[in-house]
Design a protein around this ligand. Structure first.
Ligand SMILES: [Zn+2]
Length: 201
């Protein structure tokens, strides 16, 4: 560990702090603004490995199977994510369909794959410049993945549709819900600085 590794800068008030060793239940907090500086996560690498692998599987199920089945006033339909994006495109919402495709399908897939590869490289302690590049990709992509917002939007619209008709929650919905939890844990709950700590250069 060199001297620079011992310093951490608060991402809210930019005050530099000297790092201390903390245990698993402790949280390091900025003494100026109270912002969380860092936490210690148990077995983070193994968690990232198993959660990204699970997220990969549930991502495919959520995309292949219908998310919801609707029965409104004699209309029967199933809703799949990809079909919905095509529907938007065919109805002239070119930008919206492209935006949805990137933030709901392409970026999440890239992010999950990058996390999986990164954890694999680190578990086997493979020294490679590639792991740093993966980490840069993860850091950028996590800001452009909207699966959580998408899922909440579905929940909100479900409440509306419930008033009008019968709704069946499909296998895709359950997978999307699990994917939602995994994504929240990997990319919102775990601070990105914890990912960078795993990198040893
Ligand atoms: Zn601060």
């Amino acid at each position: 560990m060199n001297d620079l590794d011992k310093i951490i800068i608060c991402n809210r008030c930019q005050t530099p702090h000297i790092k201390k060793n903390i245990t698993n239940d402790e949280i390091a907090i900025c003494n100026i603004c109270g912002n969380v500086l860092y936490k210690k996560y148990n077995n983070l690498l193994l968690k990232l490995f198993s959660f990204s692998l699970s997220a990969f599987i549930f991502f495919f199920i959520a995309n292949l199977f219908p998310v919801i089945g609707i029965d409104i006033a004699g209309y029967n339909g199933e809703l799949r994510i990809i079909e919905t994006i095509f529907f938007l495109f065919n109805n002239g919402y070119v930008f919206l369909s492209f935006f949805t495709l990137m933030t709901i399908v392409i970026f999440p897939l890239m992010l999950i794959s990058a996390t999986f590869m990164f954890s694999l490289l680190r578990i086997f302690k493979i020294k490679s410049k590639f792991s740093k590049e993966l980490l840069v990709l993860i850091t950028i992509l996590r800001e452009f993945v909207y699966i959580d917002i998408f899922f909440v939007a579905i929940l909100v619209s479900l409440v509306k549709i419930f008033e009008y008709g019968y709704i069946l929650l499909g296998v895709g919905f359950v997978s999307l819900a699990i994917l939602f939890v995994l994504m929240i844990y990997m990319y919102r709950y775990i601070n990105i600085s914890a990912y960078w700590e795993l990198l040893d250069v």
